[in-house]
Structure formats: structure tokens, C-alpha cells
Design a binder for this molecule. Structure first.
Ligand SMILES: Cc1cc2nc3c(=O)[nH]c(=O)nc-3n(C[C@H](O)[C@H](O)[C@H](O)COP(=O)(O)OP(=O)(O)OC[C@H]3O[C@@H](n4cnc5c(N)ncnc54)[C@H](O)[C@@H]3O)c2cc1C
Length: 500
């Protein structure tokens, strides 16, 4: 990738940010045939895109707000994503417990409509459950005051794995993608942006690239990139923090997810089975400044534990939490609105005086549509030859290639089939694959985003770090000092995923 960066004098499109939106734009632009470069300052999906609740959904809550257009678009994208990446997505049943007959009617009508809006891309028919049926499906539910439930269907996915497969897909179509490479400034001809200054933060090298168009897809960091063009730019994005607690399925047996549409203070709460764990979340806390490793607040932890323990019989304690991960929503500000729960979940696109297309907001589920809109606009503004978007039914990733590659490695060296940790399915070959084919540069890249061990069990991830560092060092030609440093840095980070 760095050689391609060196060898190319001008790019049709430079995309800043390697999360869902930027990676989607790279797939879109490259598959239309544009000469595409994407740079990510850390690792792909290190930001919000590895920290979602892992739902591919239309957004039941937005339906309650009457935003039919947003829900219909998201349901269409939900269907497309499940078709295009079947190896990383699945259908998940959700149950809303109800406590009165009118609640039952209200949610039943809403969720029939939700299903209806998905049209031919429906994932299954909404069902009304009696109290007995509900108790049989969600044995952990607290029966007190329960009237019954509504079961509906939505999608689920592995967010950072999807990011890595989007990166792989973009490269198959000829894009150049570089992680650990920061956009640090722009070159201009008058007002117009004509190039980007890039810093490779691993090799400490600066590149100056020419760009016919630039897309800013930097999530909660949107404003800082806009201010690189114009230091006086006002704030556009308001970060809102959401945390998730990961616990053992012992606390929440069964295959259905629990959805509480409205807690005391009007928030949505989920308990969702994921990779043989339960993800509990989330919160919606406005925060001042965006950090790449945001930390959970005590009140957020307390909120989730209190509410989940109220709805379930098993009393989850802080010490039962195996990992806590935190993400920041890039919510777009509208004048006069302060509360983040009210800010737009729809995506926003703006074009700067220098011609940069900024795209932000939205959600993972709608990343493809956001990417299409961003690329359409960049093409129009830069007067690039117009070409049709082909991503609506473009397959993402190639699981057969990946599995075949690992099988061949294991045939040559059977020890590569060994587990990284006795309780988790990840094997050594995945580490080698991550370094060789998926641009993993650090132990964190492997344990947080190529595998998901850090997000599932931070203690297990820490105990695995030395083995991962040693496998990586052998592949990358690094010395013992590098290994030691990697383990130290990863261990420090993993402590932040634990509740003390
Ligand atoms: C708690 C929570 C739960 C969510 N749950 C869901 C869900 O279940 N389903 C769903 O559909 N959506 C969900 N979302 C929304 C979804 O995760 C986000 O909309 C999406 O991930 C945003 O992607 P992005 O690419 O815009 O931003 P990011 O993923 O943040 O990517 C931006 C990237 O830009 C990089 N960057 C910044 N500055 C520079 C620079 N100067 N140079 C190079 N790179 C730079 C950053 O490092 C970062 O990686 C959730 C969000 C949160 C916070």
C-alpha cells in the first residue's frame, strides 16, 4: 500500500477516515473505477465503528418518533447488508416485554408496521406472545407485573470484522488503503483543495498527495478535519457516548434478545446474545470532547446494571462484567437543540468552499447509502466522469479465500490450528492471516478488531497478548523489545475495558 502511495501522483478521490463511512466510500469509489486512496489515523474501525451495539436495524425507536422515511431506508439497507455479507451478519429475534394490554397493542401495531416497511426484505413476521410464551423464551425475565411480549426480527453483525472485509473489498477493486496514516493538512489553489498532507505515524514519514476530490468521513473528529481547511469553522458534530457491558450467557440464557424501548428516563436498553456472550447497552451521554479511547462513566455503568437487574431475575454485579466498551455517536447539531437524544440520527452531507465533501451522522446499518451519497457528490463537485454506483448488491469480503488460506497454513504447520485461549474459538492462524492479509500492525489490532477477544473478555485478551505478540513478531521481523512494548501497551489498554 505504501508503495502504491509513493507511486501515484494524483488520486481521483482521497477519503479521510477508515470507519464504516470511509470504508464504504472506498468500496463504492473503487468499484466505480475511480483511483481511490483511504487513510486512517489509527487502525480501521478503531473509532466508533468497532464499538456499536452490533445491530443491523431499521431503528424501532425512530418509528416511535414517526420518522418513517429513515426507518424504511434503514430497513432496505439492513436487507442489503444481510444479503451482501452473509458470513458476518445474522437474523436475530428481539422480544419487547409489555406490562399492560394497551402496551401490547401499541408495540404490536408498531412492529407489524416495522415489518411491513421492510417489504420483500422482511426477516420474519412479528408475533404477539402470552406471558407464558415469553417466560419460556426469556427465562431470565422478571415475571413481576408482566403481561406478555412482542417478538420481532432484526439483524446482527460483527462491526469491526465487517470493516476489515470492506477494506479487503476496496483493495480487490483497486483502492489503496493505509492505516496508521493521518491527514494533517491540505494544499490549496486559491480556495480549492488540491491535495492532502499525510503522516505515516509508524514510519514517521510525510507524504504530499494530489487529490481531485476529498471526502471527510471522520465521525466524531469531523470538526477537526473541517478546521484544517478553515480554522474558523463552527462545530457541526456533538459527540454522545454509549457504553456496553459484556457478561456471560449464564445471566441471560436463550437465543432471543431483550429490548426495553423505554426505561424510566426514556432510554432504549438491549440485552443481546453476541459471540456466545451477552452485550448489555447502551447509554446516551452528551460529552464535550471526543477521545479515541473514551472511558465509561460511573453513572452509565450504574444505569445499565440497575435497569437490567430490574427486568431480569439474575442479579448482575460489577465483578461479573467481562468487558466494557465505549463508543461515541457523531450526532449532527441543529441550532437550538441541546439534548443529544433529540439530535439527528439521519446522515448529513456538506460541501466546503474548498470542495471537500463531509459526511457524518447516520448509523452503521446505512453506511452503504451514506457512501453512495458522498461519492456521488464528490464526483459531481470534482467534475469526474460520472459512473453508476454498483454496491447495492456487491458481495463484501471473501470468507472462502480467508478460510482456504488458513487451511493451507495449517497443513504446512499444524500448530497454527492451536487456540489462542482455551475458552475462545480464535486460532493462531488468524493472527498470521491478520498480519499478512489484513494490515494488522499491533497486538491491539489483532485482539480488538481482527478477533474480538478484547470486547468479549478483557482478562482473556490480556493473557493471550504475549502469544499474539510473539506470532506477530515472527511474521513482521520484529525483535523481543517490540514484543515486550506491544504487550505492555496492550495490557494498559485492556485495563480500561475492565471495571475495577
Ligand atoms: C454506543 C453506540 C452504539 C451504536 N450501535 C449501532 C448499532 O447497533 N447499529 C448501527 O447501525 N449503528 C450503531 N451505531 C452507530 C455507528 O456505530 C456509527 O454511525 C458508525 O460507526 C460511524 O462510522 P464513521 O465511519 O462515520 O465514524 P468512525 O467509525 O468513528 O470512523 C472515523 C474514523 O476517522 C478517523 N480519523 C479521524 N481523523 C482523522 C485524520 N485526520 N486522518 C485520518 N483518519 C482520521 C478516526 O480514527 C476514525 O477511525 C452506534 C454508535 C454508538 C456510539
Amino acid at each position: 500500500m505504501l508503495q502504491q502511495l509513493d507511486a501515484t501522483s494524483e488520486w481521483d478521490m482521497v477519503i479521510i477516515g477508515g470507519g464504516a463511512t470511509g470504508l464504504g466510500a472506498a468500496v463504492d469509489a473503487a468499484s466505480r473505477g475511480y483511483k481511490t486512496l483511504l487513510v486512517e489515523q489509527y487502525d480501521f474501525a478503531k473509532g466508533t465503528s468497532s464499538r456499536s451495539t452490533k445491530l443491523v436495524h431499521g431503528g424501532v425507536r425512530y418509528l416511535a418518533q414517526g420518522n418513517i422515511k429513515l426507518v424504511r431506508e434503514a430497513l432496505r439497507e439492513r436487507g442489503r447488508l444481510l444479503n451482501n455479507a452473509p458470513h458476518l451478519t445474522s437474523i436475530q429475534t428481539f422480544i419487547i416485554p409489555v406490562f399492560s394490554w394497551w402496551e401490547k397493542g401499541y408495540y404490536a401495531i408498531g412492529l407489524y408496521l416495522y415489518d411491513l416497511l421492510s417489504g420483500s426484505l422482511s426477516l420474519g413476521k412479528t408475533q404477539v406472545l402470552s406471558k407464558k410464551q415469553l417466560m419460556a423464551r426469556l427465562p431470565a425475565i422478571n415475571p413481576k407485573g408482566l403481561f406478555g411480549g412482542i417478538l420481532y426480527f432484526d439483524g446482527q453483525f460483527d462491526d469491526s470484522r465487517l470493516s476489515i472485509d470492506l477494506a479487503a473489498t476496496a483493495t480487490v477493486h483497486g483502492a489503496t488503503l493505509v492505516n496508521y496514516c493521518r491527514a494533517a493538512g491540505f494544499t490549496k489553489d486559491g480556495k480549492k483543495i488540491t491535495g492532502v498532507t499525510l503522516v505515516d505515524t509508524i514510519n514517521n514519514r510525510t507524504y504530499q498527495v494530489s487529490a481531485r476530490s476529498v471526502i471527510n468521513a471522520t465521525g466524531v473528529f469531523t470538526d477537526s478535519v473541517m478546521q484544517m481547511e478553515d480554522a474558523a469553522k463552527h462545530d457541526m458534530v456533538s459527540p454522545s457516548q454509549g457504553i456496553h457491558l459484556v457478561v456471560d450467557p449464564f445471566f441471560f440464557p436463550g437465543t432471543d434478545a431483550l429490548m426495553i424501548p423505554k426505561t424510566d428516563d426514556g432510554r432504549v436498553l438491549f440485552a443481546v446474545p453476541w459471540h456466545n456472550k451477552i452485550v448489555l447497552g447502551t447509554t446516551d451521554t452528551p460529552i464535550e470532547t471526543a477521545a479515541i479511547e473514551p472511558l465509561p462513566l460511573e453513572e452509565e455503568i450504574g444505569f445499565i446494571l440497575k435497569h437490567i437487574n430490574r427486568y431480569c431475575t439474575s442479579q448482575i454485579k460489577r465483578s461479573d462484567v467481562q468487558s466494557v466498551f465505549v463508543g461515541l455517536r457523531p450526532l449532527v447539531k441543529h441550532k437550538g437543540q441541546k439534548k443529544t437524544a433529540l439530535l439527528s440520527r439521519d446522515h448529513t452531507l456538506v460541501v466546503s468552499p474548498g470542495g471537500m465533501v463531509t459526511i457524518t451522522g447516520g448509523k452503521w446499518t446505512t453506511y452503504r447509502k451514506m457512501a453512495e451519497d458522498a461519492v456521488d457528490n464528490a464526483v459531481f463537485i470534482a467534475k469526474l466522469p460520472s459512473k453508476e454506483c454498483i454496491t447495492a448488491d456487491l458481495p463484501i469480503g471473501n470468507p472462502r479465500n480467508r478460510n482456504g488460506w488458513m487451511e493451507r497454513l495449517i497443513n504446512q504447520n499444524p500448530a497454527m490450528a492451536d487456540l489462542l485461549h482455551p475458552q475462545y474459538p480464535y486460532i493462531k492462524a488468524e493472527v498470521v492471516y491478520a498480519v499478512t492479509k489484513e494490515m494488522a500492525q499491533t497486538v491491539e489490532d489483532v485482539l480488538a478488531r481482527r478477533t474480538r477477544l478484547l470486547f468479549l473478555d478483557a482478562h482473556a485478551a490480556m493473557s493471550t497478548a504475549p502469544m499474539v505478540a510473539s506470532l506477530m513478531a515472527a511474521e513482521m521481523g520484529k525483535d523481543a523489545e517490540w514484543e515486550e512494548e506491544q504487550v505492555k501497551v496492550f495490557t494498559q489498554l485492556a485495563h480500561q475495558y475492565l471495571l475495577s
